[in-house]
Design a protein around this ligand. Sequence first.
Ligand code: NAP
Length: 285
Amino acid sequence: MKVLVSGAGGQLGTDLLAAFGRPGHHDVLGATRSEMDLAERSSVLAAVTGWRPELIVNAGAWTAVDACESDPDRAFRVNALGPRHLAEAAARVGAHLVHVSTDYVFDGTKDDPYTEWDPTAPASVYGRSKLAGEQEVLAGAPGAAVIRTAWVCGVHGANMVKTVLRLSAGGGPLRFVDDQHGCPTFTDDLAGMIYRLGVDRRPGLFHVTNQGPTTWFGFARDVVAAAGRDPGMIEPITTAELDPPRPAPRPRNSVLDNAALRLSGVPLLAEHHEPLERTVAALLA
Ligand SMILES: NC(=O)c1ccc[n+]([C@@H]2O[C@H](COP(=O)([O-])OP(=O)(O)OC[C@H]3O[C@@H](n4cnc5c(N)ncnc54)[C@H](OP(=O)(O)O)[C@@H]3O)[C@@H](O)[C@H]2O)c1
């Protein structure tokens, strides 16, 4: 199958290229922003109609959550119009489109995990722009899939695991919020599930995360412990105690019930400690 991965230079995009590009698997083309700018319709149409992929996986987005608050036009240009352009291009060549979205489409006020059928209510510009992107894909590309994930980390790019490893190398104390809940999700596992759903051409909305909720405080402690350092250097604070406060509100509850996978009988991704150990070992090797 000919597979086009957009946002190919990002942390998830890099592992998607690895998953689809394994020897003997698929003919994969990775497009970074300079090769296909999602915000530019002509750029997207030229790349897609030029290469004519059978599957397009979009891992590209403007993911600077706080910066989105002060530049909503850029956020919507990339995160909402970008998916519109991809949907149009996918329809032109008959490609199946898989688009990646986020827990930030929810405001986090629900006490239980969010299913795919819960009403959305984004509280940030980033979340509103990503929700608009979902709507563009589902309306514009019949049979497309939208995969919502959360708390993404891996070996490539910037993420919480790398930040904690860097900061904890100098000793503590380090403070992390203990009142935001989510499931850390590792890019190699996530790429594997996107591979499976994409090759299957499964349509619709899916929540895909590693299993096992924690808080940023709990996760930071686990990262430090996995590195053989003292988890006692990590201290809990509340979101209200963050100084300075962050411009974009974060959901208090980001836990996504992978209900569509579960009810379809698809095995869920591993509990997050398993990929965490593997990722920390790779980063410290
Ligand atoms: N990170 C998380 O915790 C998280 C959580 C939930 C959902 N997600 C979603 O997961 C997906 C992958 O995220 P990630 O963590 O891999 O993000 P990332 O590392 O920031 O990668 C995003 C990629 O998109 C590219 N991009 C930005 N603007 C673009 C444009 N106009 N045209 C083409 N490409 C563009 C970026 O390229 P440049 O660097 O050149 O700008 C970057 O390589 C995104 O849809 C994100 O919304 C992420």
